[in-house]
Design a protein around this ligand. Structure first.
Ligand SMILES: CC(C)[C@H](C(=O)O)[C@@H](O)C(=O)O
Ligand code: SF4
Length: 421
């Protein structure tokens, strides 16, 4: 898939290891990188965006601003957008990847460069999405092009079906366990799943690919689900018959059970049911449901199904942040937010929230957090002595009810307050 997309978009056949120069359809800049991006454009390149409509700035990582310097950087980003005509998604619109997908700014066959590592997410709609630093992003904005070394591909085939209580997040964590945290460095993870996964589920899978070091995470479009792409799928995004891969992995969804990634590496993945009694009994201080990995409407509904009529355990706090304003609206309309609020969740403004430990839920030394995000390295969500466990929204919600790591079935017997919120 990577070879074909980069060949067509570069106008000549390229193979793994070749250099490709390709047209860029969308350049995405996040708040945290905006200042360096602007500096590269103005000071180093002395350029303006070649195609302003192909550049989007998203204020999402620390939104609303937490300090004066963050506020100043965001002010400069707004002014830059107004002066150059690039698109601006301001505070409250949501997390960059979710917003670009909702706005149709990632489409099958597109090349989308983001100043954010989780730009692999766009592979959910067969777009070649990848993250780059401020300098490369600025060059792409100034020239409308970028150069890439064409990645080798790893083939991941999903068989069977997700069982009740098991989600795409569990499949993604299992994939990372099998590949390893550096198992797909600068490779394209090409996922073959037929029509097993919805658009949101494919986003979760493609999102996690960068945690194996991948350059891109491409889901091969398949089956009945092709309608949720929103745009035509060109024939040339499909892998060539007889394509060769550097590695092939098969994941059986029938056998998959809820997974959890334990500190401090994303590929330290375990079966939740098989965790030691000590870990299952450990007090959990904070549960966070949200992020570009699992902050979509289906994720909030999954959490609400577990939390409905129940309360967050005393001594545990539950933070829930929808990935975008659109998700927030859907969750308002269908009552999901009310269920979550009544269960005792603290609801936040759409954005990244505490995912990378900069605001809205930073962890103290020794605290334990179960999060639906994608990273759990030392210091990710606050103090270096805090611990982050990664799981699905259902496991996170069950954990909030029990105050310790739990499976959705563990809370079935719990009705109403567990000691009172
Ligand atoms: C701030 C941004 C550059 C960073 C990333 O690149 O991924 C962040 O989104 C993260 O998840 O750590
Ligand atoms: S939600 Fe987390 S992982 Fe996603 S872009 Fe924001 S900080 Fe990065």
């Amino acid at each position: 898939m990577a070879e074909r997309i980069l060949s067509v978009r570069g106008g000549k056949p390229v193979y793994a290891g070749d250099l490709a120069v390709v047209e860029v359809d969308q350049v995405m800049v996040v708040d945290s990188i905006a200042q360096s991006f602007i500096e590269r454009m103005q000071r180093d390149l002395e350029a303006v965006p070649k195609y302003p409509e192909r550049v989007s700035i998203v204020i999402d990582h620390v939104a609303p601003a937490s300090t004066v310097s963050v506020a100043q950087a965001q002010k400069e980003a707004r002014e830059y957008a107004a002066a150059t005509g690039v698109r601006l998604f301001d505070v409250g619109r949501g997390i960059c990847h979710q917003v670009l997908m909702e706005e149709g700014l990632a489409r099958p066959g597109w090349i989308v460069l983001g100043s954010d590592s989780h730009s692999t997410t766009y592979g959910a709609v067969a777009a070649f999405g990848t993250g780059m630093g401020a300098t490369d992003i600025a060059l792409a904005a100034a020239s409308g092009k970028t150069w890439l070394r064409v990645p080798e591909s790893v083939k991941v085939t999903f068989t069977g079906n997700l069982q009740p209580g098991v989600s795409a997040k569990d499949a993604a964590l299992e994939m990372i366990r099998v590949l390893g945290a550096d198992g797909a460095t600068y490779q394209s993870v090409e996922m073959h799943a037929g029509d097993r996964f919805s658009r949101g589920e494919r986003m979760t899978l493609a999102n996690l690919c960068v945690e194996a070091g991948a350059k891109a995470g491409l889901v091969v479009p398949g089956g009945e689900i092709l309608t949720d792409y929103g745009y035509d799928i060109p024939e040339w995004v499909y892998p060539q018959a007889g394509a060769t891969y550097v590695r092939e992995v098969v994941l059986d969804l029938d056998a998959l059970r809820p997974r959890m990634s334990a500190p401090n590496e994303v590929d330290n993945v375990h079966d939740v049911a098989a965790l030691s009694a000590e870990l299952r009994g450990m007090h959990v201080d904070q549960v966070f449901i949200g992020t570009c990995t699992n902050g979509r409407i289906e994720d909030l509904r999954e959490a609400a199904a577990v939390l409905k009529g129940r309360k967050v355990a005393p001594g545990t706090r539950l933070l829930i942040i929808p990935a975008s304003s659109q998700v927030m609206e859907q969750a308002m309309e269908d009552g999901t937010l009310l269920t979550l609020q009544r269960a005792g969740a603290a609801l936040g403004t759409p954005g990244c929230g505490p995912c990378m430990g900069r605001h809205q839920g930073v962890l103290a030394p020794g605290e334990v957090c179960v999060s639906t995000s994608n990273r759990n390295f030392i210091g990710r969500m606050g103090d270096k002595d805090a611990k982050v466990y990664l799981a699905s929204p259902a496991v996170a919600a069950a954990t909030a009810v029990m105050g310790r790591i739990a499976l959705p079935e563990d809370v079935l017997a719990v009705v109403g307050a567990v000691g009172g919120y």
